[in-house]
Write a protein of this length. Structure first.
Length: 557
């Protein structure tokens, strides 16, 4: 009886969940293994030449982007959540628009505007009579500072999104208590609202920093030597798998540091709401200069991070329409939509399977393996691409060796260098989005629903199909949209894993913009942005309506 009980966790859902999680974790394990057992001694060369530059540049980039996204994201979230000023309703959703603009696209646009031959510097020289660059100073856009600025403008919405949600969830009682004690809006913000929202803010900054580590297009275009650019250079230009794996393993250390540092920092701290009194937030009515500064502070990120790049791209699309509108763009768009749709479908299906398996059997092995599967989103795409190629290359070699020995047939590369490799890489990286959304939705369904279905003779699969899927349909669709949009923008993984002569919209835009031909890629860049706009607006509206009592507050009196 004891033996039977000890093996009771063995069932289709548990075994399937463990196997899927193991497959998803394979690329990460492959990177670590190859990095620890290199075949070529290139580490000493990297350590004595480029490694210090990679480390210092990556740290400075993370520090700059972290500070910028923190200030803009938290500041604008507090303003639109608790203050009253002109345009507040529009800013609530418009502040999320830059998240639809890939960092590499905005980098191409501002380089075209701000470089020496760009319209801004040409206008300055004409206006003041300058003839050479020696006669005036102008910030260099292709620099570390330029990369920090570009990434901050498109990544602050991660902090804004989670900070605003946290501010909207706070009870009005704590803010009222702060006002009773004589503290104004700003002192209440720093002493009450900010500490309560700290966990959400830190998660938002962590997501922004993970996207910073994942960026390839911006740092490549600006020639900023980061780990991502180094991995690409060692892998493709030096043709050294071991060196790329060692750099990827060191980059994993940065990621692990981001994940665990915040948890360690607040290991003995807890933040709880001590009341169930919820109503619309009071709203501080700004007047005079504070009102003007609030409007400017909310408008500038939208203007710089979305409006100007969109207008410039739109102008290029009109000017270069004949060159930009060609069958290649449609073909590459079809490739992007096909890969993104396939990945979104698989991610949601696997996410539902894993989350339901965890619900059925809350065993330690299932918990551990699902957490492993969720770690992929925290790993930069360039690192995962190295792991995917190592894993699938080993699988291809194993199949080829077996077929040669048994049947004398060479199968060649069945998975490496195909769209299967790209899809698998996308799935490893973005599975966490679907799994997290579905798991959060399933936890809101009372276990009594499962018991009622089982008492009516329905098994686990029938219960999932008839009961749970209709209830979690909204969260599943949301997860599918998020995965789809992220896949449309993904560049570093696609560059490394794509088949020969295979392009997506992201790689197409990167190729032309790197050759200083942004006009020819303008329609493709606008297509990438367009796919991300509607989900952003819908997400913002959902957050606005999420606070208890908000609907009543919005009704006219």
């Amino acid at each position: 009886m004891a033996r039977k009980q000890s093996w009771s966790w063995l069932n289709l859902w548990t075994i399937g969940t463990v196997l899927i999680a193991a497959a998803v974790a394979t690329p990460i394990c492959a990177v670590i293994y190859i990095g620890l057992t290199p075949s070529d001694d290139i580490w000493a060369h990297l350590a004595s030449t480029v490694l210090p530059l990679y480390i210092s540049t990556t740290l400075l980039l993370m520090l700059g982007v972290g500070a910028g996204t923190l200030i803009i994201g938290v500041g604008t979230a507090w303003l639109v959540s608790t203050c009253r000023f002109p345009g507040k309703r529009m800013f609530e959703w418009a502040l999320l628009l830059p998240i639809a603009m890939p960092a590499y696209v905005i980098a191409y646009v501002y380089t075209d505007l701000l470089e020496y031959a760009g319209p801004i510097q040409v206008l300055l020289r004409d206006a003041f009579g300058w003839t050479t660059k020696r006669e005036y100073w102008f910030p260099e856009i292709r620099s570390l500072g330029g990369a920090i600025s570009m990434m901050t403008l498109v990544l602050y919405p991660y902090v804004y999104l989670l900070s605003r949600a946290a501010f909207l969830e706070q009870s009005v009682c704590v803010l009222e208590a702060s006002r009773v004690l004589g503290r104004g809006p700003w002192r209440s913000f720093f002493s009450v609202a900010l500490p309560l929202a700290r966990p959400a803010i830190v998660i938002g900054v962590s997501l922004a920093l993970m996207e910073t580590l994942n960026d390839f297009g911006t740092v490549d275009f600006f020639a900023v030597s980061t780990f991502t650019l180094g991995i690409y250079d060692v892998w493709l230009n030096m043709n050294n798998v071991a060196g790329a794996a060692q750099l990827a393993g060191l980059l994993l250390f940065f990621v692990a540091f981001l994940v665990f540092a915040e948890r360690f920092a607040r290991r003995k701290q807890r933040f709880h709401h001590t009341t169930s009194k919820y109503k619309a937030l009071p709203g501080y009515d700004l007047k005079g200069w504070p009102r003007r500064l609030a409007v400017i502070g909310c408008a500038l990120p939208i203007l710089l991070g979305f409006a100007i790049p969109s207008i410039v791209l739109g102008g290029y699309a009109v000017t270069f329409f004949d060159a930009a509108a060609n069958m290649d763009v449609l073909h590459h768009a079809a490739n992007s939509v096909m890969l993104s749709s396939l990945t979104a479908f698989l991610a949601v299906a696997i996410g539902v399977f894993m989350a339901y398996g965890l619900r059925l059997r809350n065993e330690w092995i299932v918990k551990v393996m699902t957490r492993f599967a969720s770690f992929g989103y925290a790993v930069p795409g360039s690192v995962l691409a190295v792991g995917v190629l190592i894993s699938l290359g080993g699988l291809d070699n194993g199949i080829d060796g077996f077929m040669r020995d048994r049947y004398g047939i060479s199968t060649g590369l069945l998975f490496s260098g195909t769209i299967a490799a790209v899809t698998f890489g996308y799935l490893v990286r973005f599975l966490a989005l679907s799994f997290g959304s579905v798991e959060a939705s399933l936890t809101k369904i009372t276990p009594n629903m499962d018991g009622a279905a089982r008492s009516l003779g329905h098994g686990p699969f029938s219960t999932l199909r008839r009961v749970h899927i209709p209830l979690i349909r909204g969260s599943a669709l949301t997860a599918a949209v998020l995965v789809f949009v992220d896949c449309m923008k993904e560049l570093p993984m696609t560059v490394i894993l794509r088949p020969f002569n295979f392009h997506t919209l992201a790689t197409y835009v990167h190729q032309f913009a790197s050759d200083e031909q942004l006009g020819e890629a303008s329609l493709a860049a606008l297509a990438i942005v367009g796919f991300g706009i509607m989900p952003v607006i819908v997400l913002s509206l959902a957050i606005t309506r999420s606070r208890p009592g908000q609907e009543e507050a919005e009704q006219p009196s």
